[in-house]
Design a protein around this ligand. Structure first.
Ligand code: GH3
Ligand code: MG
Ligand code: MG
Ligand code: MG
Ligand code: MG
Length: 314
């Protein structure tokens, strides 16, 4: 169904060379039982630098999605053997949310309300065949924009603006989910509370900006010292590390190495050569509730503070 109109649109686009570099990161799954239609849609996508993968029916599409988790858009026909497009939408929505994958239904059927049916089953958009290539590009691009907006908002909602670390909200959601999963196996987890020593004095002596710089340097140091753990800024100059896969000895060794590293290297981490240290409280139990873990780690942190600071207490 390469219409004259489509051909004209092709020529137009060729001249315009509308190319969005981000398309190169977007992988689209094209689902249609007609090889000719698949080839046509794929050629439109490739022309705009999208990555493309194909499937000939709903069953194969689900398999392809499982094997290619990076696919973010599914463009699907409705009438296909084994599993049609509407059923495919429902199946996709059982497994993937709207913010992970966009679905665009495409059909030449005259069936009443097919567009509404597609959307009710979880599609984000619908195009009637034969379609205009430019409309196709616009709608696809809008759906990709939407996925990107959601990803940006999610990233911002879950991270701390100053340090870029996961924030309190993310930390609680992640650890509570992890603890629920672990409670079945009664596995032990560890939690450390890390607090900068005499941070108020740093602000007072060097200014608030220098204090911010210390917090950023500290967050940066987490990356190399806790590569397999979740680290977060819970607020102020208070940070947490969640150990889901380490023994108590391993966790304590990492924490004390971190503490010692800051004691000897922290001055070199900031512009103003500010030497700073941290106190750490650690607990390790089979709790199912992150609040109780934090409470326990906080008690240990308090002990670390009151017995001289710059130490790890468990
Ligand atoms: P301690 O060793 O007992 O932990 O003493 P401290 O001075 O570190 O603790 P305190 O709780 O008295 O002071 C924490 C200070 O952290 C107070 C607050 O103004 C400052 N603070 C909180 N958030 C920020 C921030 O984002 N940037 C800066 N620069 N300072 C912050
Ligand atoms: Mg078909
Ligand atoms: Mg304090
Ligand atoms: Mg402090
Ligand atoms: Mg504090």
């Amino acid at each position: 169904y390469i219409t004259k109109e489509n051909k004209q649109a092709y020529q137009y686009l060729k001249k315009q060379l509308i190319r969005l570099p981000r398309n190169e990161y977007v992988k689209v799954l094209v689902v249609d039982d007609s090889r000719q239609t698949r080839n046509y849609i794929s050629s439109l996508l490739v022309r705009h630098k999208y990555k493309v993968i194909e499937a000939c029916d709903g069953i194969e599409a689900l398999k392809v999605l499982k094997e290619n988790p990076e696919v973010s858009v599914v463009i699907t026909d409705n009438e296909m053997p084994n599993m049609n497009g509407e059923d495919l939408c429902s199946e996709i929505r059982l497994q993937y949310s709207n913010d992970e994958k966009a679905i665009i239904g495409i059909s030449s059927s005259n069936a009443l309300h097919l567009s509404a049916r597609f959307i009710k089953r979880g599609a984000n958009d619908y195009l009637r065949k034969p379609f205009n290539a430019e409309e196709f590009y616009c709608r696809l691009s809008q759906n990709v924009d939407m996925l990107e907006y959601i990803a940006t908002i999610k990233r911002q909602a879950n991270s701390d603006y100053l340090t870029g670390l996961p924030n309190r909200r993310y930390f609680f959601e992640f650890t509570n989910k992890s603890l629920r999963q672990k409670s079945a196996s009664n596995a032990e987890v560890g939690l450390a509370m890390i607090d900068v020593d005499h941070f108020k004095a740093i602000n007072d002596n060097y200014g608030h900006d220098a204090g911010d710089e210390v917090l950023k340097a500290l967050a940066h140091a987490f990356d190399s010292h806790f590569p397999g753990q979740l680290t977060a800024r819970l607020g102020g100059e208070e940070f947490a590390v969640y150990f889901a896969n380490d023994s108590q000895d391993e966790s304590l060794a990492l924490l004390d190495k971190f503490r010692a590293y800051l004691d000897t290297h922290s001055a070199g981490l900031t512009k103003h050569n500010i030497h700073f240290t941290v106190s750490i409280g650690f607990c390790n139990t089979a709790s199912t509730n992150v609040d109780s873990l934090i409470k326990e780690a906080d008690i240990k942190l308090y002990e670390a503070k009151h017995s001289g600071r710059n130490k790890v207490i468990s």
